[in-house]
Design a protein around this ligand. Structure first.
Ligand code: GTP
Ligand code: MG
Length: 426
């Protein structure tokens, strides 16, 4: 039987069966295209480069639009980032484009920390996406994804080599974003110098272990072209929104006393190569790499930092629920331990205070006792004195009475006995 042969044609447990007529799921790719078109796309570019190196001009030239812009000063105390979002439309495809540019990059005397605000910015966008993903009620369909998909790193056309600032910045960013280095204002460098400069830059990047974005070569359609373009990196670009009539055509160009540099002329610069690679061929790959590689790394590190693991001790697979329970248990144990520590400390402090108070009480009591004794002695002495005085007083009264009775004779004997008593008293 024919079907028996088909049953044998197995891939694991799944049988491959031919259809006996049209079903319609061959329209799935088209359904996907329609869905994407109705949703629209978003693309976020980060431009890193010194003040006035030509970032805004290049973005304007790439998207053939004069985006609103203002010049930065060279007196920024630190590096900042400015993000601007625009809704663009080409045919029936809508693109939400966010351009993030550095302000004051390379203008500080100490440039050591210049990359930090950039790293923080990229991480903040990853964090916002992660928080949205972790919500109970997620709205990723409507969420404005601000994660950076491509980073154009503008290298000054010195013809010399990369600056420490360039290497340091790219090195700190290469695991977070797709870096596409470009040689800015390439009309400032001669053709032979440019080739040497490109080779020098690439070797410096390799020597310092900086990973730049490579155009993908796994998709057959573009693998050859992309591989070829990888050999032209870093692209030497010229930007300009000025148009000049060449022949019978208006072209974007920069005009100098000695000649004209045409932006879209491949003999003059690599602008067309950059536009083709960045926008026409690899925009989706850049978005995908951002999600699958850079965001995935951020998410993994972040969840591990929070204590989540896929595998527990002895490599056992651990579910999110189990990890949560373990963490909760650890947390509660920790809280109890801290509670007990605080209780012990409190009891200890109370005991110390109690002992101090008892000691103070003892001291006060002994002083009180001492004073009480002194007071008692004093009272006794006073009582004695009072009694003697009373006796003296009585004697005096007796003498007085005797003197009044016998004014001439009795005085001597009475005063004699009074003197005797006085001596005893003294
Ligand atoms: P800030 O945003 O202020 O940091 O500047 P920026 O990097 O955006 O530079 P911007 O595009 O404003 O260009 C600065 C100057 O460089 C302008 O005068 C541009 O005309 C000029 N410029 C831009 N691109 C090129 C280029 O490819 N070659 C040459 N020679 N000049 C250029
Ligand atoms: Mg600018």
């Amino acid at each position: 039987m024919g079907t028996e042969r088909e049953f044998l044609n197995r891939h694991g447990d799944v049988r491959t069966l031919p259809l006996s007529g049209h079903v319609g799921f061959d329209s799935l790719p088209q359904q996907l295209v329609n869905k994407c078109i109705s949703q629209g796309f978003c693309f976020n570019i980060l431009c890193i480069g010194e003040t006035g190196i030509g970032k805004s001009t290049l973005i304007n030239t790439l998207f053939n639009t004069s985006f609103e812009d203002y010049e930065s000063t060279h007196f920024e105390p630190s590096v900042k980032l400015r993000a601007q979002t625009y809704d663009l439309q080409e045919s029936n495809v809508r693109l939400k484009l966010t351009v993030v540019s550095t302000i004051g990059f390379g203008d500080q005397i100490n440039k050591e920390d210049s990359y930090i605000p950039i790293v923080n910015y990229i991480d903040r966008q990853f964090e916002a996406y992660l928080q949205e993903e972790l919500k109970i009620k997620r709205a990723l369909y409507r969420y404005h994804d601000t994660r950076i998909h491509a980073c154009l790193y503008f290298i000054a056309p010195t013809g010399h080599s990369l600056k420490t600032l360039d290497l340091l910045t790219m090195k700190n960013l290469d695991s977070k974003v797709n870096i596409i280095p470009v040689i800015a204002k390439a009309d400032a460098i001669s053709k032979t110098e440019l080739q040497k400069f490109k080779i020098k830059l690439l070797s410096e990047l390799v020597k310092n272990g900086v990973q730049i974005y490579q155009f993908p070569t796994d998709d057959e359609t573009f693998s050859k072209h992309n591989a070829d373009m990888n050999g032209h990196l870093p692209f030497a670009v010229v930007g300009s929104m000025d148009e000049i009539m060449i022949g019978n055509k208006m072209v974007k160009a920069r005009q100098y006393p000695w000649g004209i540099v045409q932006v879209e002329n491949e003999n003059h610069c690599d602008f067309v190569k950059l536009r083709e690679m960045l926008i026409c061929i690899n925009m989706e790959d850049l978005r995908e790499q951002t999600h699958a590689r850079h965001y995935e790394l951020y998410r993994r590190c972040k969840l591990e930092e929070m204590g989540f693991r896929d595998n527990g001790p002895s490599d056992k697979v651990v579910s999110l629920q189990e990890t949560y329970e373990t963490k909760r248990h650890e947390y509660m144990n920790d809280v109890h331990r801290k509670e007990e520590e605080m209780r012990q400390r409190f009891v200890h402090r109370v005991r110390e205070k109690e002992a101090m108070l008892k000691e103070a009480e003892r001291e006060i009591m002994s002083r009180y006792e001492h004073l009480r004794r002194l007071d008692h002695d004093e009272r006794m002495k006073l009582e004695e004195k009072r009694q003697l005085l009373e006796e003296e007083w009585n004697l005096f009264n007796q003498m007085k009475a005797a003197t009044e009775l016998y004014p001439a004779q009795g005085y001597g004997s009475v005063s004699g006995s009074l003197k005797r008593d006085r001596k005893n008293f003294m």
